[in-house]
Write a protein that binds this ligand. Structure first.
Ligand SMILES: [Zn+2]
Length: 255
């Protein structure tokens, strides 16, 4: 999911709108040009008459719709954000003092939320709700989104019955719970510990970015795959069966 969304983490040229993953079917979603508007701020519009006016003074907001390309699905997502003029190698919407300028966008909100993690059957509902919340906050408040991913790990630990309270009936630190979880699944525990550290940084307000959230989400997606994706699970079980039998079952039968 990271590669598909990373281009939305920063400003991008209008001609480079990424194909966003549909929240319902994961197909690519593209911009509906009939339902897309840039709204220049009043200040920016007034500045056009300023004697020192430069193209990079132009800025404002945008709102629009992206449509799922899968005709069986048809989901529509509203996107909201900011626009500015930026120098562009392509597009050439405006020429200013010999340079090509075009509209550049920064997404601030999507509704329904573009999901930062692919859903896999088996992820508990309470965990998934927190991932959805994180997705909603990813562009508007990255620190809060990291906090939601951390809460999703707490909920996941509850689902695996990892002790929540200490002997004094106080909540145990998430770190200690993940260390306990290592006994069940070391690989997943290590991935989730990394997400927890990133979440700590976010909670302490050290300038978390959308890219930070997307990178944490990628680690979490991998953890979910290891826990719930049936294909690798089946393959691992098959490998265990082969190792136990010291050969393929049919080899043993042919003996
Ligand atoms: Zn769709």
């Amino acid at each position: 999911m990271l590669n598909k969304l990373l281009s939305l983490a920063d400003w991008f040229a209008a001609s480079a709108w990424p194909l966003l993953p549909c929240p319902d079917c994961s197909s690519g979603m593209s911009v509906d040009r009939r339902n897309f508007s840039d709204v220049e701020t009043f200040e920016s519009e007034v500045n056009h008459d300023h004697p020192d006016f430069e193209a990079d003074w132009v800025h404002g907001h945008f709102h629009g719709v992206v449509n799922c390309g899968n005709s069986q699905c048809g989901t529509r997502v509203i996107v909201i954000g900011d626009f500015k003029l930026g120098v562009s190698d392509y597009g050439q919407e405006i020429e200013w003092h010999g340079e090509c300028w075009s509209h550049h966008y920064k997404v601030r909100y999507t509704h329904p939320p573009i999901l930062i993690i692919n859903r896999i059957d088996g992820i508990p509902d309470d965990v998934w709700e927190l991932v959805r919340d994180a997705s909603r906050l990813t562009w508007v408040d990255p620190a809060a989104a990291l906090g939601r991913l951390r809460s999703a790990i707490e909920a996941l630990m509850n689902n695996f019955k990892i002790k929540k309270l200490n002997a004094k009936r106080n909540p145990r630190p998430l770190h200690d719970r993940l260390v306990d979880f290592k006994k069940k699944n070391t690989e997943v525990a290590d991935l989730l510990l990394a997400v927890k550290w990133a979440g700590n940084d976010g909670a302490h307000g050290s300038g978390a970015t959308t890219a930070d959230v997307l990178e944490s989400a990628e680690l979490m997606e991998h953890a979910f795959k290891l826990l719930y994706d049936k294909d690798p699970l089946l393959l691992r079980r098959r490998a265990t069966a082969i190792n136990k039998a010291r050969g393929l079952p049919r080899t043993r039968q042919s003996k």
